[in-house]
Design a protein around this ligand. Structure first.
Ligand SMILES: Nc1ncnc2c1ncn2[C@@H]1O[C@H](COP(=O)(O)OP(=O)(O)O)[C@@H](O)[C@H]1O
Ligand SMILES: [Mg+2]
Length: 468
């Protein structure tokens, strides 16, 4: 964080100082909500959760060297006391980003936010110091904490913004007003909570409504609901996508034999070839989005192409590919799932599994509301159409729908099976996997299928796999 005195912070957040002998003491950062991360010069933000109350840790963080606690009540150690800790944290973030010389880039969308945020950061940091959302901390607490981790040196601040309802993104843009706003896609993630795709588009579009006139709205030309957001912004519009009207686009898109996308990148300033390290065709769209941001910030097509080609996956369980010593490939995409990412992952599985046996170990896609039956059915059918060798649907009712979709599409006998839980899936795969097989593991976060990927990697290491 840029250094601020406790007196300044109290003024910014409208708080009272308590038990502070010297208000000129400065917070140099970091600002943390986890007491274990508090160290010298830090500010600890005390949230009262359901199970733990941060206020209980106030003495320990001061002991560890923290300058003060941002708290909802006096805690007997140096504290800035406010009515509402979350509001105060937001106000502090807003104050700090206004003082920073950094350009704020914000992005949202139904699928691919974290992957794209990681790509943008890996491109921009070649040009200048960049701070970006760690992992998926994209809500009203993670966002200000990320913004507060920027320093005087930071030139680019890349922020992922998540929404579970109307008004959420607007709130986030008020805390950290972006100059560049990117909307990736409008899919079905959280559709149950939103009520429909139009509502999702309404909510995501709040990002471009918040942009200033000299800003840039970066929109997916291939997604009609995103494309239509052009009318909701004062900012200049830059389109990305495979569509011919896109300013930043890809030509000759293909997947390599390893399932990695390769394409020719066109930006208004030139063209250059990209072959990604990431897996799956869905990353083409993410890469184009990142390229559009980088182009707007003055990078050449060549610089962008090199950065995209060298970018790694920074966040776990997203198409994480591991080769077992016996030649079985495990693709762990168990971080999350929605219909769009299921389709992309199945396509990647088939591309990387050419000439090999492919397994799709799939679980429920959560929060689909009324669409749930149709979407699970469609994924099961797609697995068959793509010629995935074996489908293992894991879990309850939704998994049964998935398997039934495959069955109705013509996958009888052992090609598709339904098992009740993760352990049953592991048992089945342990006895069935053969060297050379490729296994995709994917479901919504709440299903916890990463345990299956983990168990399969461990069983490979122990050489338990039947060699046939
Ligand atoms: N552009 C995209 N379209 C569809 N699915 C995607 C896209 N980008 C990533 N995914 C998939 O969506 C899931 C979530 O990816 P992630 O980058 O964490 O997105 P988010 O942060 O929006 O949840 C992963 O399974 C990933 O493989
Ligand atoms: Mg995310």
């Amino acid at each position: 964080m840029i250094a601020l005195s406790l007196a300044e912070i109290a003024a910014v957040v409208g708080g009272q100082t308590h038990d502070i002998p010297d208000p000129s003491v400065r917070v140099t950062g970091p600002v943390v909500r986890d007491s274990r991360e508090a160290g010298p010069g830090s500010l600890f933000v005390a949230f009262a959760g359901e199970h733990v109350d941060g206020h209980d840790f106030a003495p320990a963080v001061i002991e560890a060297g923290a300058a003060a606690v941002l708290a909802a009540r006096p805690v007997g150690v140096p504290a800035i006391v406010v009515d509402d800790v979350q509001t105060a944290l937001g106000a502090l973030a807003r104050h700090v980003v206004q003082r920073l010389g950094a350009t704020l880039v914000a992005l949202t969308g139904s699928a691919g936010k974290t992957s794209t945020k990681d790509l943008i950061a890996q491109v921009l940091r070649r040009k200048a110091p960049t701070v970006f959302t760690p992992g998926s901390l994209n809500n009203e607490i993670g966002l200000p904490l990320t913004a507060l981790s920027a320093t005087e040196e930071t030139r680019f601040l890349v922020l992922e913004m998540g929404a579970r309802g109307i008004g959420h993104i607007r709130y986030l843009t008020e805390l950290t007003p972006p100059r560049i706003g990117l909307v990736l896609n409008v899919g079905s993630a959280h559709i149950g909570e939103f009520g429909g795709k139009e509502q999702i588009a309404q909510a995501k579009g709040e990002l471009v409504e918040a942009l200033p006139e000299d800003g840039a709205a970066i929109l997916n030309a291939d997604d009609p609901l995103v494309r239509a957001m052009a009318s909701r912004t004062k900012a200049k519009v830059i389109l990305f996508g495979e569509s011919g009207e896109a300013d930043v686009r890809a030509e000759n898109v293909r997947l390599t034999d390893t399932g990695q996308p390769s394409f020719r990148l066109h930006t208004p300033s030139g063209a250059s070839d990209v072959t990604m390290r990431l897996y799956g065709e869905h990353h083409v769209s993410n890469a184009l989005a990142a390229a559009a941001v980088a182009h707007e910030l003055g990078m050449s097509a060549d610089e962008i192409a090199v950065a995209l080609s060298e970018a790694d996956s920074l966040s776990r369980w997203r198409m994480e590919v591991t080769e077992r010593p016996d030649g079985v490939t495990i693709v762990n995409d168990a971080y999350n799932a929605n219909p769009e990412s299921m389709r992309a992952a199945l396509r990647a599985l088939v591309a990387m599994g050419k000439g090999r046996r492919t397994w799709a170990v799939l679980g429920r896609m959560a929060e689909l509301g009324d669409e749930a039956l149709a979407e699970h059915d469609a994924v099961g059918r797609l697995a068959v159409r793509l010629n995935v060798s074996k489908l293992v649907a894991v879990g309850g009712r939704e998994a049964a729908w998935l398997q039934l979709g495959a069955y109705n599409e013509g996958s009888w006998g052992e090609e598709s099976v339904h098992v009740s839980d993760a352990q049953a899936a592991v048992d089945l795969l342990r006895s069935e996997l053969r060297p050379g097989d490729v296994v995709l593991v994917k479901a919504s976060r709440s299903v916890g299928l990463e345990s299956v990927a983990q168990a399969l990697l461990e069983s490979g290491a122990e050489g338990e796999v039947a060699a046939r």
